[in-house]
Design a protein around this ligand. Sequence first.
Ligand SMILES: Nc1ncnc2c1ncn2[C@@H]1O[C@H](COP(=O)(O)OP(=O)(O)OP(=O)(O)O)[C@@H](O)[C@H]1O
Ligand SMILES: [Mg+2]
Length: 262
Amino acid sequence: MPCRTVLNIIDLHKRYGQLEVLHGVSLEVKKGQVLVVVGPSGCGKSTLLRCINGLEPIDSGNIELNGGSITDGKTRWNLVRQKIGMVFQSYDLFPHMTVMENILLGPLKAQGRNRAEVEHEAEELLERVGLLDRRDSWPGQLSGGQKQRVAIVRALCMQPEIMLFDEVTASLDPEMVREVLDVMLELARRGMTMIIVTHEMAFAKAVADRVIFMDAGVIVESAPPDQFFENPASERARKFLNIFQFTGVTKEEQTDEKNGSN
Ligand SMILES: Nc1ncnc2c1ncn2[C@@H]1O[C@H](COP(=O)(O)OP(=O)(O)OP(=O)(O)O)[C@@H](O)[C@H]1O
Ligand SMILES: [Mg+2]
């Protein structure tokens, strides 16, 4: 069971000009834990992830990684970001580099690691996501789902302590969503520490150790998935989940539910 705290966010406030987007968010992530963050559009989910890996400066509060503050102004972000892997909605592979070159770039250039060793690790990871035969392909030759799986491998190859995923399936065609979600489920099974922002509620229920429901820049609920999805404590969460029953569930998931599986 999870024990050591990997990431600790304490009373985080973030504003864009006059607009305060995060109003005192506190969150603890233990080693091996999978947190899934859900909430309405604009509630601050992406902003939270962007603050965690230093893409946005924070206004007050503190973020600690492995017990040390990364928001005290002394942070060397190029080092910290090696420990925090992030995958976004848009897969940002370099188009002029092959799959393997894309993956090797960070470990070789930023971490100065041995090429043969990293290449071996990259091949193992590509195998795990079913893309070893694509190691020498160009990004332009891959489908969206394949590109997104390469983006995940690229982040994993840096050997991060924690992975952040921001709606990584949102721009994929429905038939490619599953293959990417399966990779994340497999990572969870292997004990990767993760924060996942998603609108895929059936996936959230399956993968989460804890669901964080945000609304208007605050954490409204933090609960185990069964409790959150079956018996949410707040009216706001109930409304949010109701909307999803009508708009957010795919046909495939509706059929799964009727068949009694998840
Ligand atoms: N760079 C920016 N400058 C100004 N305002 C911003 C900026 N980025 C985000 N915002 C605002 O901050 C709020 C939170 O945005 P954020 O992207 O974190 O929401 P979200 O929960 O990720 O939404 P979605 O589910 O649509 O991705 C929104 O009101 C948004 O308009
Ligand atoms: Mg977002």
